[in-house]
Write a protein of this length. Sequence first.
Length: 359
Amino acid sequence: MKQERRAAIRTLASLAAGIALAGYGSLAMAATPEVIRIGVAQPATGNPPAFANSSMAIAHSKRALEEEFAADNVKVEWYFFKGAGPAVNEALSNKQLDFAFQGDLPSIIGRAAGLKTKLIFATGVRGNIYLATPPDSAIRTIKDLRGKRVAIFKGTNAQLPIDRLLAAHGLTERDLRVVNLDTATAQAALTTKDVDAVFGSYELLKLRDKGAARIAYTSKGDSPIFTRQGHVLVTEEFAAKYPAHTLRFVKAALKVARWSSEEANRDEVFRTWARANTASFEHWKEDYDGQPLRVRLSPLFDPFLTQRYKDAVEHAYEFKLIRSKFDVDKWIDRSFLNAALKELKLETYWPVHQADGVH
């Protein structure tokens, strides 16, 4: 009887979710926002201003979200934060944003601190991390970092994979002389040798090609647990007040994610990202070499990504980056994503990976 009761409850819950999603169209007439505010945990650079390394960057370039809401006279505003994830959290706390493109750690810190958000789809996952040193440095391995001055942009989605990487080599941040620097400042400090090494991302390839750095390590080809994960979140307040517009936001973003995931569009995707001037077309080719776009640009919170976020919460607590843990399964809201995938007939387009990263 208990099993039958549980099955009935699950069936009723599924029906209720379906009815709720089906009712978004009628709700749209009752509540329409004047503006949709999107935060991006990185600065916009280049001319015109652009950012990179996600399908959301392509959506921004193509003005896909602006076009989606233009007929309703709903403005779409983008806000870019040099202070990355921590700065986005501050804006969310001040109720200045409705959606945000952010990495796992900063959003976990925000959620643990009481920010009412929902993770609604992924974007820009499995991002590689790099370790750069001056060209003449004696540092050759991760273990060589012991006692060295190492720049890490704390509070971003790079910190956890870096901490995991250090742990895999018998180190912690306490074994290093860690300096908390943002991306641009860290590169400048490496060039002047004010630090011995810098952990960063694809932008370090540009520094390497200028002869100002040597890449001592990259997570490319290593375990996916040493990669960076990103997503789009929505505030609980916006999702509750404007569920129809939240669904339309996700649908518009997924259309772009689908286009961006096509291998035929690989070069155009990289050229678009190159406009941000943080990495060149050739650097993007190098960073993504051997990795399918459908994997790196998947919007799915599949078992692999869900487990990465669960591990991230555990590690953030272990490393004392948050004071309390929370239920990731309740934080991830797949209702909008699943409805959009069904409407767009994309339910089987992106590969589903198991917790160990295997398809």
